[in-house]
Ligand binder design. Structure first.
Ligand SMILES: Nc1ncnc2c1ncn2[C@@H]1O[C@H](COP(=O)(O)OP(=O)(O)OP(=O)(O)O)[C@@H](O)[C@H]1O
Ligand SMILES: [Mg+2]
Length: 331
């Protein structure tokens, strides 16, 4: 793997907000075409990291390259190559869905067809609805639409499915898989472990602003080498045992029972089991207040290359702008 294959390269990344160290020497690499999920407790530094990589926030120190450039200094052409879905957005509430997606499409040199994007995120029936009338999950779908309308090479999704109903979540997973299949590299944060398992080629667990472990979901924390837990209903009640050779045990049980083994289950540790173990071992309490409770969260909307040239943006100034605005970037 040469450097050209890396869409994200981060070494020793550090960012503090006053006394709060949000990112504390993070190392991370992401390969072109990969879907990488960032996992970690509230306050672990995921959003801060993602915002630095998006070019929205300045780092204090460390090395960062995204699509071959330093996100802090990259210009409009670079911004058009990445798409952004922020953790929380206030939308352009008086526009219709269609007007909004069309509006944002104009910021990109090679946008997708806005009406197709609206269909793709499952908002076809709401295309003429005002944004203020959308439900929480529908608004989130609109955020996703704004993130992908520019046909980005690299898509950042910060908790994209929070508030989605289960069916919408599955629909979104299909969309992410399609985008990945088309060659889009995707950096995703999520608190849904099954989402990471379903989508990610690799997951990175961060805690206290540091990388705890990284690997394919099936191998994280040596998951594939862990013993299986076999349980069954024996003559004296429920039995449970842990073994590296579950097949052999099941065959023995089958012989002992003369056929079907009552209540048989064979369970390997889930990604959630491993995640909780890693986070516990890292001694994590998250290092700070949940991001949602932080008064200084940036709550403004998306996504286009002129990152803050969005309708209504003037009403909601980003928490740390202009100090955090990319050099030479935004107004
Ligand atoms: N704009 C800000 N000003 C001050 N402190 C901040 C700001 N943004 C984040 N923090 C703090 O930095 C730390 C990391 O926050 P961050 O939002 O990056 O975490 P996160 O991993 O995204 O959490 P969550 O899972 O809750 O979204 C937290 O302690 C948070 O309170
Ligand atoms: Mg966050």
């Amino acid at each position: 793997m040469g450097p050209a294959d890396l869409v994200i390269e981060v070494r020793g990344l550090r960012k503090a907000y006053g006394p709060v160290v949000a990112v504390d020497g993070l190392d991370l690499e992401m390969t072109r075409g990969e879907v990488l999920a960032l996992l970690g407790p509230n306050g672990a530094g995921k959003t801060t990291t993602v915002e630095i990589l998006e070019g929205y926030r300045r780092r204090d120190s460390g090395h960062a390259r995204v699509l071959g450039e330093d996100p802090q200094h990259a210009g409009a052409a670079w911004r058009a190559r990445r798409g952004v879905v922020l953790q929380s957005c206030d939308d352009v509430v008086d526009l219709t869905v269609r007007e909004c997606v069309h509006h944002f499409s104009h910021f990109y040199p090679a946008p997708a067809q806005p009406d197709e994007v609206i269909e793709r995120v499952g908002l076809g029936a709401k295309r003429d609805a005002r944004i203020r009338s959308l439900s929480g999950g529908q608004r989130r779908r609109l955020d996703v639409a704004l993130g992908i309308v520019g046909q980005p090479e690299l898509l950042f999704l910060d908790e994209p499915t929070t508030g989605f109903d289960p069916e919408a979540r599955r629909g979104f997973w299909d969309l992410v898989r399609d985008l990945a299949g088309e060659g889009t590299s995707i950096l995703l944060t999520t608190h849904y472990l099954e989402e990471a398992e379903a989508l990610a080629s690799r997951v990175a667990v961060i805690s206290g602003g540091r990388l705890v472990d990284m690997g394919p979901p099936g191998e994280l924390g040596g998951r594939h080498d862990r013993p299986a837990e076999v349980s069954w209903l024996g003559p004296d009640g429920w039995q449970r045992t842990s073994t590296h050779e579950p097949t052999r045990l099941v065959v023995q049980l089958q012989a002992a029972f003369g056929g079907e083994v009552p209540g048989l289950t064979v369970r390997r540790p889930s990604l959630e089991d491993i995640y909780l173990e890693l986070i516990g071992a890292a001694g994590a309490e998250g290092g700070g207040a949940p991001a949602e409770g932080s008064p200084a969260r940036r709550r403004t909307a998306p996504a286009g290359p002129p990152a803050r040239a969005r309708v209504g943006a003037a009403a909601k100034a980003p928490a740390e702008a202009p100090a955090e605005a990319p050099a030479g970037g935004e107004p």
